[in-house]
Design a protein around this ligand. Structure first.
Ligand SMILES: [Zn+2]
Length: 170
């Protein structure tokens, strides 16, 4: 079994040191929205032969100062992406959904490159290249909006899945 993992520090987008707003002002990013982002970018990156699960996790489940984590099994072609819960974000609320989507994309680009030889020495280079590719894809999406469908991320949207509330709970 060949298992790999990457911890990703700040994605290519901003991570401004804005003071955290009140919790009730934070946007809700549902598991359904995260699934849409995952599936859409999985299609773009031709990763449809992979079974990819994305979960929203609290900061305590990630390495310090990271926004996301990817673990994959290249033989089983399964991957698990973890993205930071909005409750633990330090960005303004309206910037959080886009940053979370960028993290999903960032981790999928890591997965796309996972077939290449990896070494600790190339880690920083890989991180830089992953951010460059993900940023380029994001820019392309902006110029072709229908490429990745969006679900509403209004603050009023609440998760309906019972396990989501518990995942987000303190
Ligand atoms: Zn990374």
């Amino acid at each position: 079994m060949k298992l790999f993992a990457v911890c990703c520090t700040l994605a290519g987008l901003v991570c401004a040191a804005a003071p955290p707003p009140p919790k009730d002002a934070r946007p809700v990013v549902s598991q359904a929205q995260v699934n849409v982002w995952t599936k859409s970018w999985q299609d773009v990156l031709s990763l449809n032969d992979w079974t990819i699960t994305t979960q929203i996790v609290r900061a305590s489940s990630l390495n310090p100062d990271t926004l996301g984590h990817l673990k994959w099994d290249i033989e089983k072609k399964t991957a698990l992406i973890s993205v930071l819960d909005p409750l633990d974000y330090q960005l303004p609320p309206d910037a959080i959904p886009r940053d979370m989507e960028f993290t999903v994309l960032h981790e999928l680009v890591h997965l796309r490159l996972g077939e290449l030889p990896r070494s600790p020495a190339s880690r920083d280079t890989e991180e830089r290249v992953v951010n460059q590719i993900a940023t380029a894809l994001f820019k392309l999406q902006d110029s072709h909006p229908p490429r990745v469908p969006q679900l509403p991320t209004a603050a009023t949207e609440k998760s309906k899945a019972p396990d989501e509330a518990s995942r987000s709970a303190h």
